[in-house]
Ligand binder design. Structure first.
Ligand code: ADP
Ligand code: ADP
Length: 211
């Protein structure tokens, strides 16, 4: 977990590669639903563009269906889920075991800097940054050579709203998981997200390997 633009998707790709598990990113799933104009996508589009959160029941159904797929049998990584206390409670109620929660801590100013330069390859979800993680050829995806785009919800006023929503709706999950880690096998770790992509990867590897 972490605010929008903290580097969750970037780090998730590393962790999933290392452990050979799929990345279950609710943001990616929703963007795919929007692109495919499914009923969920049609409902979610305006909410996402406004920087608000999609309804808990829609998200929980999407996730439950996703983790029933065979590739999730040996584990999975949630990226950007759960994002509200009802979503976190739904995970507990469904007896879905989370081994480790990692919070990436980045200041609001850091978030704005990261999001304003974010560019993505839409079909694969590959993430770049114009300054901090540029593609080999400006504006083009390294693997396919296709055009990179800026996400519709990465405009500055939407980012401010997403940050506000993060602080009010999602950040309370930190104490929720700190409490759970006192009474169950779940581990909670916070890492400083202000360094480079490699430094943060190392910090996350260290807390995961310490299990
Ligand atoms: P970021 O981490 O940059 O905010 P995401 O790709 O995780 O971006 O999410 C993009 C948008 O998708 C969110 O602003 C929200 O509208 C929606 N969304 C993603 N995950 C959830 C979730 N777990 N609950 C509710 N809405 C979500
Ligand atoms: P999130 O999934 O949390 O919204 P992303 O992984 O998409 O975040 O990262 C947001 C932007 O910041 C992307 O453009 C990414 O390339 C860039 N980025 C990620 N980690 C770092 C870092 N440690 N330092 C600088 N930029 C970063």
């Amino acid at each position: 977990m972490g605010p929008p633009g903290a580097g969750k998707g970037t780090q998730a790709a590393y962790i999933c590669g290392k452990f050979g598990i799929p990345q279950v990113s609710t943001g990616e799933m929703l963007r795919a639903a929007v692109a495919a104009r499914t009923p969920v996508g049609l409902r979610a589009r305006r909410v996402m563009d406004a920087g608000e959160l999609v309804a808990d029941d829609i998200i929980v159904d999407l996730v439950k269906e996703r983790i029933r797929q065979p590739d999730c049998r040996n584990g999975f990584l949630f990226d950007g889920f759960p994002r509200t206390l009802p979503q976190a409670q739904a995970v507990v109620d469904a007896r879905i075991t989370i081994d480790h929660v990692v919070e990436i801590r980045v200041s609001d100013a850091g978030v704005v800097e990261r999001i304003s330069g974010r560019r993505v390859h839409e079909t694969s979800g590959r993430i770049y940054h114009v300054t901090f993680n540029p593609p080999t050829v400006e504006g083009l995806d390294d693997e396919t050579g296709e055009q990179l785009v800026q996400r519709d919800d990465d405009r500055e006023e939407t980012v401010r709203e997403r940050l506000r929503v993060y602080h009010t709706e999602t950040h309370p999950l930190v104490s929720f998981y700190e409490r759970l880690s006192d009474t169950t096998n779940l581990r909670f770790s916070a890492v400083d997200g202000s360094g480079s992509v490699e430094q943060i990867s190392e910090a996350i590897s260290a807390v995961l390997n310490a299990r």
